[in-house]
Write a protein that binds this ligand. Structure first.
Ligand SMILES: Cc1ncc(COP(=O)(O)O)c(C=O)c1O
Length: 370
């Protein structure tokens, strides 16, 4: 049975990637699976369940609404909301019993007040900006002061101290070591007073790159989904891509030399040829930047995308003679026969990263988990 467009997600791959990541860690360090942005486009609830089965000890999201969704499906798991929260979102996160991130004294006061009003003790992760230049305080002494404030408050518990790397995926980067050094000092100072606080810093790239970055917990997203944190071949790190994106050939038509396909006539057949039409487009997340700049697999062979990608259709040059017929399956990301198009290849063509490719598959595309 072919479908107009479907993303198939192999949950066994998610489980296996989690145990692969855990094999990099010492017993001290736990895997937290990052399932924000609908698990990087893979489907948050199904992937969260598979990650927990694969050995993840907790889950992380970016937003309060994501946390609420995860809490609804997993009443007992450890859950961290990593992003900034408005006052309204804070209540949602606390009601979802999510641990939350804090780096400003005024926000800590608000958290304490809302926790008291809701009758919960808020579990707080104090964030050091060790060099990412986004969320977090740059002042290590402020992290310590915030931890102490949590200890003194009846409404707060210091649950974590953490940071995020800017260049973990750049193998030659010295800045990574600088950030790690700064965080090591702060984490040691916090843990000297509060040994139970979870120190965490590493994303997927850092896990493979530097065991010293593992601390008590690592926060991995991209590798959980079998995508390569360094934009190379996931197989080199024994990761298995979980997602494949499929469509089908809705029509095959004969083109004479000079005939054009699609808006703006950006491609004209250089010679007589056959053109296949796939009924998916940028409305599904097949980016317009792939116009005349991509390939799909049909009958186990690569075929070039020709013409401009439109919202709901794209055209493929099948060559002057073809066995391709309407109804054949087309693979946009994934394997067919001996051939494979990886998200990393699509990302390279679009001058972006695999993260954006899978996050960009739109809600119009059903996710089928198996
Ligand atoms: C704060 C934070 N931690 C961890 C991650 C997971 O990173 P990765 O998907 O590279 O493993 C992200 C994702 O962007 C993040 O924003």
């Amino acid at each position: 049975m072919v479908s107009r467009a479907v993303a198939r997600i192999d949950l066994e791959a998610v489980r296996s990637n989690c145990s692969r990541l855990r094999s990099e860690l010492s017993d001290r360090s736990e895997l937290c699976a990052v399932v924000k942005a609908d698990a990087y486009g893979h489907g948050a609830e199904a992937c969260a369940g598979a990650a927990l089965e694969g050995g993840a000890g907790g889950l992380a999201v970016a937003t309060a609404a994501e946390g609420e969704q995860i809490r609804g499906a997993f009443p007992d798991c450890r859950l961290l909301t990593m992003g900034a929260l408005t006052a309204v979102e804070l209540d949602v996160a606390l009601a979802a019993r999510s641990e939350i991130s804090v780096w400003r004294p005024d926000f800590l006061d608000l958290v304490a007040a809302r926790a008291r009003a809701l009758g919960v003790a808020a579990r707080v992760h104090l964030k050091l900006d060790s060099g990412m230049g986004r969320l977090g305080t740059r002042d290590p002494s402020e992290v310590l002061a915030l931890v102490r404030a949590c200890v003194e408050s009846d409404d707060l518990e210091p649950a974590g101290v953490w940071t995020h790397f800017a260049t973990a995926d750049e193998p030659g980067s010295e800045f990574f070591a600088e950030q790690l050094g700064r965080f090591e000092e702060t984490a040691a100072a916090v843990r000297a007073e509060n040994p139970a606080v979870t120190a965490h810093a590493a994303n997927s790239a850092a896990v493979f790159r530097e065991p010293r970055s593992h601390f008590d917990m690592v926060r991995c997203g991209i590798a959980v989904y079998g995508l390569d944190p360094y934009q190379g071949d996931p197989a080199e790190r024994r990761l298995r891509p979980a997602l494949s994106l499929h469509s089908y050939v809705a029509d095959v038509k004969r083109f004479e030399a000079g005939d054009s396909a699609g808006y703006g006539r950006t491609w004209r057949a250089p010679a007589d040829t056959l053109v296949g039409v796939l009924p998916l487009g940028y409305g599904d997340g097949l980016r317009r930047g792939l116009s005349n700049n991509g390939e799909v697999l049909i009958r186990g062979r690569r075929h070039p995308l020709v013409g401009t990608v439109s919202m709901d259709n794209v055209t493929v040059d099948l060559g002057p003679e073809t066995d391709v017929v309407p109804g054949d399956e087309a693979v946009v990301i994934g394997a067919q026969g001996e051939e494979e198009i990886r998200a990393e290849e699509v990302a390279r063509r679009l001058q972006t990263i695999n993260y954006e490719v899978t996050c960009g598959i739109s809600a119009r595309v059903p996710r089928v988990h198996g």
